[in-house]
Design a protein around this ligand. Sequence first.
Ligand code: NAD
Length: 486
Amino acid sequence: MAPEIKYTKLFIDNEWMDAKSGKTFETYNPHDGSVIARVAEGDKEDIDLAVAAAKRAFHRNSEWRQMDASKRGEILRKFSDLVERDQTYLAELESYNNGMVLNNAQAFMNSAKGTIRYFAACADKVTGETIPADGEVFSYTLRQPVGVCALILPWNGPVFVFLNKVCTALAAGCTVVVKPAEQTPLTALVLAALLAEAGLPKGVVNVVNGFGPGAGTSLTHHKDVAKVSFTGSVEVGKLIQQASGASNLKRVTLELGGKSPLIIMDDADLNVAVPYAAHAVFSHQGQMCIAASRLFVQSSIYDKFVEAAVKYAKTIKVGNPTDPTTQNGPQIDETMMKKVLGYIEKGKQEGAKLLCGGHRIGTSGYYIQPAVFADVTDNMTIAKEEIFGPVQSILKFDTIDEAIDRANATNFGLAAGIFTSNLNNALQFSKHVEAGIVWVNTYLHFTPQQPFGGFKESGIGRENGLDSVLAYTEVKTVAVSLPKKV
Ligand code: NAD
């Protein structure tokens, strides 16, 4: 049975409201393309209202700013209990609106409590320092919340990215306006309702659905927004940097795309490496920024590995995300499905060998059979551009030095992985690969304690870890003149 749609309006100042224009837009179920609901479409006027609400909530005399940091942590802990209470519903809604396999959505919801509680515990750990300054002064630093933050979300992990960004900002004491992706507007509204139920004062978290040009640009150009944290494409990330420069130099954190290399050395345990390499690129239908979309396999084991990879890919069951035996669901929408199929065509045209999959399944919904390409070379489009679909591209290399150089020959630098039983190879690769996170004999291993983000065009700044909370603060130095040094 389809999950109930409880909220479709904008959430501003802890109230549900229609867009000022009265406009709405449709949101879909990627399983069959059917319309789930019509959702209020926010634009500049609504963003102005939401930012004004967040600014009031950030006033020095507001309930939020006067609240003890530990109480902010308590509200987040209460929120984690409510998310746990409603986790089945949230997983169903995420799967329904995003096409995420229900089993995966449930597994994620099982870990959500830990993520929220991590940031809850950070709330009263943000401290300044005393400074041994020259002269007759007592000097110290304060770490203060930066102000109103715009949090702009992608469609591929709506609950995951919402929780990460919102909880980090709240732990630091900021107030926020969230702009979910237009493809997946629903779960953010449920989470906003749970934050209000947990006792968050009005105006601290506001959610305005809408499109990039419109709601998104109004936020990134807004003079009262002090910071924007964005997860999405490199192309839009660059526009956000420009908007910052053109408006008020708002602080910018960017989590962008990737073309992540995974290296398989000939001393790796193939029984482990083959399934890991498949999960690393096929999970969530390949719609992961950290997808291992360049798989480098050492030449001495190349043919054997390719054979095993094809055998494995053929076992992946693609189908309705609510079926508990399904491993891969649909792509998010028709546009993305066509884009991925276009890349697969391009791969064939440029001479890569398609060994399995790569075609649309059926005519309803946006399903693609996982594809494995062999004989991929560095100059091919499928080895250079982010595909964001279930496409495994297998390249051949001879030495670890060559693998490192080729892994780094890209403008991206998000994630990287290596499977090897040689410690020296693992450590050499980990040191020299240009990536924000490196996995050795594993992949896709995230926790809220581990900083996450990209080198090069994969982003600016890090999420997760205590440092990510500090990125929502400003450092203020205070110097107090004293007659005698203390
Ligand atoms: P996108 O860049 O098209 O959209 C992301 C968000 O930006 C949406 O909310 C959209 O409405 C908004 N937006 C679009 N144009 C805008 C503008 N001009 N100004 C302000 N906001 C605007 O990305 P997407 O297709 O939703 O997500 C997929 C991309 O996200 C992939 O490239 C993927 O790698 C990346 N991603 C990165 C991470 C990470 O942590 N590094 C995580 C998930 C996804």
